[in-house]
Design a protein around this ligand. Structure first.
Ligand SMILES: [Zn+2]
Length: 218
């Protein structure tokens, strides 16, 4: 399970690269065309595409309605995130504005930059060892860290119920169309997490610890 742990970013001014200038020129053309032609939609995340450099749309805030991802050199691995007002796009295209203030990730080789100080790259996420999937042999130790004792790889469902009480949710398991075989499971909602125990012919097989507000498919 990945947790957001934002790292400090450097605020710097950057000259607008030629390829970004050209891509914004093209994007500005598409934006203006959309005013004349209702069939040109620009109001979803990748509705404006100037490949391989720029993808975006009018999905941002009132202050910065346009959001673009700029792939530096057309390389999908190095990206700038740009929230931008149409007046600024116009100023860039008309060469009245030649620099952008961007918040830069400090991790070597990442290259992520953003006009929004609160926007994140992969470097801002860390794996939390207290969440995720755990094999039955590790369950005892993992639960001990949460001050739950007495549950181990030898525990059956009724052993666990004896310690934690009646589960908040259960699933019978079996064959489910479109998913395949699902094992018997029980789930508890604790103060800061969910505990999802899975069984294989009554033996504890796996424990998954999720955040308290986790929902399937989210
Ligand atoms: Zn980064």
């Amino acid at each position: 399970m990945l947790h957001l742990k934002p790292k400090e970013k450097d605020r710097k001014k950057f000259p607008i690269p030629d390829e970004l200038y050209s891509a914004l020129q093209e994007a500005w053309f598409i934006i203006n065309e959309s005013k004349r032609d209702p069939d040109i939609r620009i109001d979803y995340g990748d509705s404006i595409q100037v490949l391989p450099w720029l993808v975006g749309g009018r999905v941002g805030t009132k202050k910065r309605p346009y959001e673009f991802t700029y792939y530096v050199g057309g390389d999908r691995k190095i990206r700038w995130h740009l929230g931008i007002h149409p007046l600024d796009i116009e100023d860039i295209v008309d060469r009245r504005m030649s620099e952008l203030v961007l918040y830069c990730c400090r991790t070597l080789g990442c290259g992520f930059k953003s006009s929004d100080p609160d926007s994140h790259c992969d470097c801002d996420y860390e794996r939390d060892p207290n969440f995720g999937h755990f094999q039955s042999k590790d369950v005892s130790e993992v639960l001990m860290r949460r001050s739950i004792t007495g549950i181990s790889e030898a525990s059956t469902e009724s052993d666990i119920v004896a310690i934690l009480g009646d589960p908040d949710e259960t699933g019978d398991g079996g064959q489910i169309d479109a998913i395949g075989f699902v094992p018997r499971w029980i789930k508890y909602y604790l103060k800061d997490c969910q505990l999802h125990f899975e069984f294989d012919s009554r033996k504890l097989k796996m424990l998954t610890i999720m955040e308290r507000d986790w929902e399937p498919g989210k």
